[in-house]
Design a protein around this ligand. Structure first.
Ligand SMILES: [Zn+2]
Length: 490
């Protein structure tokens, strides 16, 4: 058997959660062709990668990403490749760049979607056109897209906060059907944000009936991740129960509004476990940090700035770049303004918000249904470090240094678990016949380097990354290969 690449001397962690084992891995024509006892494949390869002491695993799937724009601007996606990520799932939190047309812009003034138009960035009325644009950029990693509910709703109802009429609902169903035909792998919601926060269960169930026809899934940024966390989890589960056959993914699962909300993840997990016992397919994802991040406008609109100004650190502010890196209460003091007035003066702006408990984070990380998802928003001058450090932080800090979970279960949360949610049958497991999306890393050295002060730093300890059998990272150096595909398109 002639092989293109053989990885020799490695320890296989296959993504299923099963125990690691010593083997060589042979790759040809973009697929894994052989997994054999050490030394068995070396002679048959054109390229040999020496991986003594390293782990070889399926490439990581970032099930919760916001690379919608950067995949077009920087298609090599180095911030992901350097973390071992070979697939990014976008269109999350009910927002994205398609389906969206300019004519709805004026109606969305004052909503959380306003920025999409203010930035004068390209948008696409059809998901197919957007995914064509992604393909034309030849991304470095694979790309998948969810139909964003807020855009679907905006197309039919603008910023109207009413319930949709039967006619409006039928039009929303048509848009979702079109998006799924065009290659979307599910529907995402952002119930924390406008427009979208006025949508209820009664709106989602008919939309998910369309999603089910395509075996898609439903990802939700829930209505509240604070004191009303349990009501939000109940709402999400009720929606999934009433749309049987649609898998539910709870995005960036946490109790994130300071100490008074910490501990709520325990009863929330009990509710999810109970639903799972009843056969409802509920999963979630998590980034391994105690700060969340979003637009300052959302903190203002929801009143969070009044209460938590001391816990919000500025990532970016268009009118006040000098405020970046400072806490909002300190900036307000400098401006001799109240926190709300100061926040309004900083807009448009983004911030990180230190509102998640350490113990909660570790507890959620141990839940077997929780995937790793970065929620990273790269491109800002000072983004949340999760955009650069999520996957190596789990494998280094939480697996090796703290022993919160085993290496095998951590890799499963980055591979087969999200692959199952997304419906990627031939990825997420290291087995013969699978697509050769592969990462090689040193479990003793892997570590995140990105910090809140200096977030745009690549991690350490990942030596090789293959996408579809092509080396995009070799001996720690980006090769420039751009082998990514848009997944989910027929
Ligand atoms: Zn979100």
């Amino acid at each position: 058997m002639q092989l293109d690449i053989v990885i020799v001397g490695s320890t296989v962690v296959d993504g299923t959660g099963g125990p690691r084992y010593a083997a060589d891995v042979g790759i040809s024509n973009g697929h894994i062709r052989a997994i054999a006892t050490r030394g068995g494949l070396r002679e048959s390869a054109r390229t040999v990668i020496e991986a003594d002491g390293s782990v070889v695993a399926p490439g990581f799937i970032d099930i919760h990403a916001h690379d919608d724009r950067i995949v077009l601007d920087k298609p090599e996606s180095s911030h992901k490749v350097m973390q071992g990520v070979t697939t990014t799932v976008c269109g999350n939190c009910g927002s994205g760049l398609a389906p969206l047309s300019e004519d709805v812009g004026p109606a969305l003034k004052g909503t959380d979607l306003e920025r999409l138009f203010a930035q004068k960035q390209p948008i696409w009325p059809r998901v197919a056109e957007y995914l064509d644009a992604v393909e034309e950029c030849r991304p470095g990693i694979n790309f998948a897209y969810l139909a964003p509910h807020r855009l679907v709703r905006a197309a039919v109802m603008g910023a109207d906060e009413a319930m949709p009429t039967p006619g409006q609902l039928a039009r929303m169903q048509d848009i979702v059907r079109q998006a799924m035909d065009d290659g979307a792998i599910g529907l995402s919601s952002g119930l924390f944000y406008t427009p979208g926060s006025s949508a209820t269960h009664h709106e989602f169930v008919p939309l998910l009936e369309v999603v089910r026809e395509y075996d898609g899934y439903y990802a939700t940024h829930m209505r509240d991740e604070g004191t009303c966390l349990l009501a939000s989890v109940a709402e999400s589960i009720a929606t999934a129960r009433d749309a049987p056959g649609v898998r539910l993914q709870i995005s960036h699962f946490k109790a994130g509004r300071g100490p008074e909300t910490w501990g709520l993840v325990h009863p929330a997990c009990e509710m999810i476990d109970e639903a799972r016992r009843d056969g409802v397919e509920v999963c979630g994802d998590q980034y391994p940090y105690t700060a969340s991040s979003t637009s300052v406008a959302a903190y203002v609109r929801t009143g969070l700035v009044d209460q938590y100004a001391g816990d919000i650190q500025l990532c970016w502010s268009e009118p006040h770049p000098d405020a970046v890196g400072k806490r909002l209460d300190a900036v307000a003091k400098e401006m001799s303004l109240g926190p709300r007035e100061a926040a309004e003066a900083l807009l448009p702006a983004t911030g990180v918000y230190f509102g998640i408990g350490e113990d909660d984070m570790r507890f959620v990380m141990r839940q077997p249904w929780v995937s790793v998802g970065s929620d990273g928003v790269p491109g800002a001058p000072r983004p949340h470090p999760r955009a650069f450090g999520t996957f190596p932080r789990v494998l280094g800090h939480f697996v090796r240094d703290e022993g919160v979970l085993s290496l095998e279960s951590a890799v499963r949360k980055m591979t087969s678990l999200p692959a199952g949610m997304c419906g990627f049958d031939d990825r997420g497991r290291l087995r013969v016949g699978a697509v050769a999306d592969v990462v090689v890393f040193d479990p003793e050295r892997i570590a995140d380097v990105a910090t809140y002060e200096d977030p745009c730093q690549y991690p350490k300890g990942i030596s090789h990354v293959l996408v579809g059998g092509e080396l995009v990272l070799r001996d720690g150096t980006l090769t420039g290969a751009r082998a990514g595909k848009v997944l989910g398109r027929s």
